[in-house]
Design a binder for this molecule. Structure first.
Ligand code: SF4
Ligand code: SF4
Length: 687
């Protein structure tokens, strides 16, 4: 058959299915559902028969194909016949108790039949056009192959686009955008056209679109703390499908296996069909606050991390070739049980760290999380906070990513402050000579900055982690500081028992491994962890693996878990220096705090410093090794009562110069806060 003719047929089928989906979205009665199901069953059986015939024309005669179609059409007619006999009735959402309602059953059947029809249609066209073979490969691999070709993917994308045109106006605006992004991502499937330029360009573009999708989802969640259950289900499933898709593309690049990618496309289709057929679920009750659903929030963060992780790996392969991963120094899982356990841990950390510490992963995370920081800048009231956020983004790009990845990548151990940016272990083994000097200078520079400006110089500006903890949606998760068990345990400026234990373990491991590393480097010992410098291994474990685990566990740990739990040795060091340095928060008038009804400063703190008001009332200032100077409290105080105090104010004071913040009169009436990161009762808006 002519290719153009096939394309016309595929386009017509896509348009017809889209029309059926539109009918499905408007169905109210059993008859409505029956008509859609009958037509879809017809389509599905037609293409299933076509594939059967194309595979075994000698075994499956035209007569048998027609008979098969007749049988399936008869089955498809059953719901319609039933309504004729028993009378029509409305589709119900639930049928008593917890049982599934007829509408949900109909929707499930429509989704299943649509997918079967699409899959077999793509397979049929792939065989007829010669893109899939019926002789040189198994039926299963031919099916999988056909679903990765343009016959399936572009037809699906056409169907999705036509459906969006037909029913998209029913969606709230943000979901129209998300569905449009879904369509673009579908078109940008690297497997669709067997051409290296197409594959390479679409892999980059596909990843970029996914970054946009994640930003749209996170910003939606920030603006809508209580979305409809259907909306939160949709975004969670979408993120899950993208995680699967990125993992699929990563595997495809590594060893050419496309099965996982194809499964992700099926998942994406199912998610798409489910909101087309249930568009009302995007806005109708129940509205549930995701700030009260830690498991849901954890699944969201986990899904985002998985998608980003494999996307970073995909970009690494695109930039450096598959050798980037195939030559990793994995060790064999052999020997005693302890050896196998250690080797498994080592391999795991190597595999995870190879991506999370890579340039492309960090660059992509920077864009994604940085966008949320830019959004936050709109809400920040104080110029100082806006400037800090801007500085943080610049520092992330230059200090945390560009300089170590490109400028000093060859001689990191020689470069103080940049080469050892997270203290012991950052740049490798501890050994005599220049690296030791560079390491000591790192502590001097970073500790000096923390003494003068507070640990915000690190935790709120220079640290790679800062942008990931500072975006709008992540800020809104500070409610988990109070609602989670561990978060509650770590509230206030005191060091909890668990903090003491964790930070001690971390520091003992860092110092102990540094000593072993040094003694090994001077030839006194021969200590390593499966051939890796012990000090560097601990660094990788803490910052390339554990940090992301703590980040993902935010709903159970609270925000800025790296600070509050003590797992970051570098943060603890700088925090303690800061505690005894010049940085502190001050209030213009303690009496305002006494009369303050809201105590908003304590509610928004991302590290859970709930004793802020108490310290303000007692001494007019707040000092804590956990205070990282984010300034959310400053922005949230409805009386504009708080201001930062650091070396700049200290110098002014010494010179008897007036302190600018104190020049502002204390307001008698609250002015309201431009930031509301804690509200759990936000309402859903269409935009
Ligand atoms: S505690 Fe550590 S990881 Fe967390 S922001 Fe501070 S320096 Fe970065
Ligand atoms: S919100 Fe402002 S006025 Fe109220 S306790 Fe905190 S610093 Fe004082």
């Amino acid at each position: 058959m002519d290719l153009p003719l096939l394309w016309v047929a595929a386009g017509a089928m896509a348009a017809f299915t889209a029309w059926l989906l539109k009918r499905g979205s408007a169905m109210k009665t059993l008859t409505d559902a029956g008509i859609v199901l009958f037509l879809l069953a017809m389509m599905a059986s037609m293409f299933v028969s076509a594939v059967a015939y194309l595979y075994s024309p000698s075994l499956v005669t035209i007569f048998e194909v027609v008979a098969l179609n007749m049988i399936s059409m008869t089955i498809g007619l059953i719901p319609l016949l039933a309504t004729l006999i028993r009378g029509d009735r409305e589709l119900d959402e639930t049928r008593g108790g917890n049982s599934v309602g007829s509408r949900r059953l109909a929707v499930g059947a429509i989704i299943a039949l649509s997918i079967v029809a699409e899959v077999f249609m793509g397979w049929t066209f792939a065989i007829v056009s010669g893109a899939a073979s019926t002789t040189t490969q198994s039926a299963f691999s031919a099916l999988v192959d056909s679903m990765s070709t343009y016959w399936f993917i572009f037809t699906m994308a056409t169907e999705m686009a036509v459906t969006l045109y037909l029913v998209g106006r029913n969606f709230p605006r943000v979901f129209r955008y998300l569905v449009a992004i879904q369509i673009v991502i579908m078109i940008l499937s690297p497997t669709a056209i067997a051409d290296s330029v197409w594959s390479a360009s679409t892999l980059w573009a596909n990843g970029a679109m996914m970054v946009v999708a994640v930003i749209v989802v996170l910003e939606f969640l920030f603006r809508n703390r209580s979305p409809a259950a259907g909306a939160s289900n949709y975004v969670l499933r979408l993120i899950g499908a993208y995680g699967l898709m990125m993992a699929g593309l990563f595997l495809w690049l590594i060893d050419g296996d496309i099965l996982l990618f194809v499964l992700s496309i099926i998942a994406e289709m199912a998610i798409y069909f489910s909101i087309v057929l249930n568009d009302k679920s995007l806005v109708s009750p129940p509205l549930v606050s995701w700030q009260t659903r830690p498991v849901w929030a954890f699944a969201l963060l986990g899904g985002i991390f998985i998608a980003e992780f494999f996307m970073g790996g995909m970009f690494d392969i695109m930039a450096n070739g598959t050798g980037y991963f195939t030559t990793l120094p994995f060790v064999a899982l052999t020997g005693s049980a302890l050896n196998v356990l250690g080797a498994a841990l080592y391999d795991f950390v190597v595999a995870v760290g190879s991506i999370t510490a890579s340039f492309w992963f960090l660059a992509m995370m920077g864009v994604e999380m940085g966008a949320l920081v830019v959004f936050k800048m709109r809400y920040a009231r104080e110029t100082e906070t806006k400037l800090r956020l801007g500085l943080m983004l610049v520092a992330y790009a230059i200090y945390a990513v560009w300089l170590p990845s490109f400028v000093f990548s060859g001689n990191l151990p020689d470069v103080p402050w940049i080469g050892w940016s997270m203290g012991i272990g950052t740049a490798g083994a501890l050994s005599p000579g220049i690296p030791l000097t560079a390491l000591i200078l790192t502590y001097v520079i970073s500790g000096g900055l923390s003494f003068l400006f507070g640990s915000r110089s690190l935790c709120s500006v220079l640290c790679t982690a800062a942008p990931m903890y500072q975006g709008t949606t992540y800020d809104a998760m500070s409610t988990f500081n109070r609602s989670s068990k561990i978060g509650r345990h770590n509230l206030t400026s005191r060091a909890s028992g668990s903090f003491r234990i964790v930070s001690t373990v971390v520091w003992v491991s860092l110092l102990g491994s540094a000593a072993l590393s040094y003694l090994t480097s001077v030839g006194f010992l021969n200590a390593s962890f499966f051939g890796e410098d012990i000090s560097y291994f601990f660094y990788s474990f803490y910052f390339s693996f554990l940090w992301y685990l703590v980040w993902t566990l935010t709903p159970f740990v609270g925000t800025y878990g790296c600070v509050t739990t003590g797992v970051c040795g570098w943060g603890t060091f700088n925090g303690i220096v800061s505690r005894f340095g010049l940085f502190r928060l001050k209030v213009k008038d303690s009496n305002t705090c006494i009369n303050c009804k809201t105590k908003d400063c304590a509610k928004v703190c991302p590290t859970g410093q709930t004793d802020l008001p108490g310290q303000f009332i007692d001494s007019g200032e707040f000092r804590s090794f956990k205070c990282i100077g984010v300034g959310d409290c400053v922005s949230a105080c409805p009386y504009e009562n708080i201001y930062f105090f650091d070396v700049r104010n200290w110098v002014r004071k010494k010179l008897n110069r007036p302190l600018p913040p104190l020049a502002t009169p204390v307001l008698a009436e609250p002015v309201g806060s431009p930031i509301d990161f804690r509200a759990a009762e936000g309402t859903q808006t269409a935009g």
